[in-house]
Design a protein around this ligand. Structure first.
Ligand code: G3I
Length: 361
């Protein structure tokens, strides 16, 4: 339960944030580019970044990005300065890396890795085995188990070998379970059975023994049937000596579905299995329009998630699923929802951004 002091501090902070936000909004609306807003920007420039603050706790603070966005210079500048980790949102997925069988294309992924190198950022590789965004050649025919095993092994090993030494952590298998904790009936599960997960981890480990290997999913932030399934599986895999190093909790939250109050306990139980954890695709969407109240609640959730991660030693970092509403995946997939990220469509920081800073301080 929250202490009343914490609640009071939050309420005070929230009203301060609202005031500052309202002042900034008025100035921006009035077209005032100098004065307090510019001074605040200047101060921010000299202030530690989210990455600096996270590093003081031995964590990284990252963002997803995607190749088409990289022509947007102001966007790219902030991506390079505020974060010490990036994840390619699409360019390392199967459809991008092996568009035709046996023909690999690393151009888009390489662009992201090169950008990260230039900005001294870690890269999370996303993702090797997933049921979505697969190339047509893979999904449009039936495979025998031995054929698919060979195809999967070649895909994983070619991609991981190409990026060997350049990827901090791979999401090896993404979204393997249903909400009730049963295995998702993907092409891999149907054809190969549940053993495809251990195989994928072993193959990835052979190709880059130093990369951290993760299982990653959404709706696993709270303790429940789906996260229980991962806990069981991770325990088994560890007992069998399979190279599994981390569990990624995507953390695509939505204000209308409530905050996952057991997040911290959940992170802790995975740490007890000897695993790292990470919040890998964070955003907090809301039914539009975004009101001051919703943005304040969103800020609280960003703060709480960050505090939960900082409270568990093996929660190694946080990645936003892009950092600005300009490039969020939400509006296209959930019409009428959005405003999910800490920077708005004009790259202005929202209350959530200031809440993140506070949590990291
Ligand atoms: O590349 C085509 C382009 O040629 C075409 O003009 C355009 C028109 O729609 O579509 C482009 O493809 C889009 C692709 O992103 C690249 O921009 C797809 O339509 C679109 O569906 C796809 O969405 C991605 C989504 O995964 C697919 O499931 C999002 O960008 C990406 O952020 C999202 O990320 C996933 C994580 O990988 C796993 N966890 C959930 C998360 C959100 O869905």
């Amino acid at each position: 339960m929250r202490s009343s002091t914490t609640t009071r501090t939050r309420t005070r902070t929230r009203s301060r944030l609202r005031l500052a936000g309202a002042l900034a909004a008025v100035l921006v609306a009035a077209g005032v580019a100098t004065g307090p807003v510019a001074q605040a920007d200047e101060r921010r420039g000299k202030e530690p970044t989210l990455a600096d603050l996270a590093q003081r706790h031995g964590r990284y603070f990252g963002s997803a990005t995607d190749n088409p966005e990289l022509t947007d210079e102001p966007y790219k500048a902030l991506l390079g300065s505020e974060f010490d980790q990036i994840t390619p949102g699409n360019s390392m997925k199967w459809y991008a890396t092996e568009p035709r069988q046996g023909v690999f294309d690393f151009s888009k992924g390489d662009e992201i890795v090169e950008l990260a190198r230039a900005n001294h950022q870690k890269v999370r590789g996303h993702t090797l085995v997933w049921h979505s965004q697969l190339p047509g050649w893979l999904t449009s025919r039936e495979w025998t188990a031995s054929e698919l095993r060979a195809v999967l092994k070649k895909h994983i090993q070619t991609v991981v070998r190409h990026y060997r030494g350049k990827i901090y952590a791979w999401d090896v298998v993404n979204e393997a379970f249903n909400e009730d904790g049963t295995y998702r009936e993907t092409i891999f599960y149907r054809t190969l059975g549940p053993g495809y997960i251990a195989d994928a981890l072993r193959w990835a480990h052979q190709a880059d023994p130093r990369a951290k290997l993760y299982l990653n999913d959404y709706n696993v932030e709270a303790i429940g049937p789906k996260s229980d399934a991962y806990h069981r599986l991770a325990k088994e895999l560890k007992a069998q000596g399979v190279p599994l190093h981390g569990f990624g909790l995507q953390a695509h939250l939505a204000l209308q579905y409530g905050y996952p109050a057991t997040l911290e306990d959940n992170l802790r139980r995975f740490a007890r299995l000897g695993l790292d954890t990470a919040l890998t695709e964070v955003d907090v969407r809301m039914p539009l329009p975004a009101t001051e109240e919703k943005l304040a609640q969103q800020a609280d959730w960003y703060r709480e998630m960050t505090e939960a991660c900082l409270a568990v030693r093996r929660c190694v970092g946080i990645t936003l699923w892009d950092y600005t509403d300009r490039y969020s995946w939400i509006p296209a997939v959930f019409p009428g929802e959005g405003a999910a990220l800490p920077w708005d469509e004009d790259l202005r920081p929202k209350p959530a951004y200031f809440a993140l800073r506070e949590a990291l301080k």
